[in-house]
Write a protein of this length. Structure first.
Length: 102
């Protein structure tokens, strides 16, 4: 599984537009093959920061997602709104059952 996280700065002036754009992108992304989860969250400690959390089946699904015209357009539109690209991190992950930790 691939996990992607990203933080997005906002301001009181652009927060609603940024949030709406991110929600639109998440809804579209969840319909893509290989998407397990794709959500935007508000940071409870910093109202000027949003947080993306995504889970993808594999690298092929992530590559397909990143090469879609809609994804490229989302990044362009988001960058214009916030003035910078999101701080994104991509991780390879293996699920661990809680029982296996004890």
């Amino acid at each position: 599984m691939i996990i992607i996280t990203a933080t997005i700065p906002t301001t009181s002036a652009n927060r609603n537009a940024v949030t709406a754009l991110c929600i639109e992108h998440s809804r579209r992304s969840r319909a893509e093959p290989g998407c397990i989860a794709h959500h935007i969250h508000a940071d409870c400690e910093d109202p000027n920061r949003l947080f993306y959390y995504e889970q993808w089946q594999d690298e092929a699904a992530v590559i397909a997602h990143f090469t879609l015209v809609e994804s490229l357009d989302f990044v362009k539109r988001l960058t214009v709104l916030v003035g910078e690209r999101p701080d994104m991190h991509i991780y390879g992950a293996k699920a661990v059952e809680v029982e296996d930790l004890g």
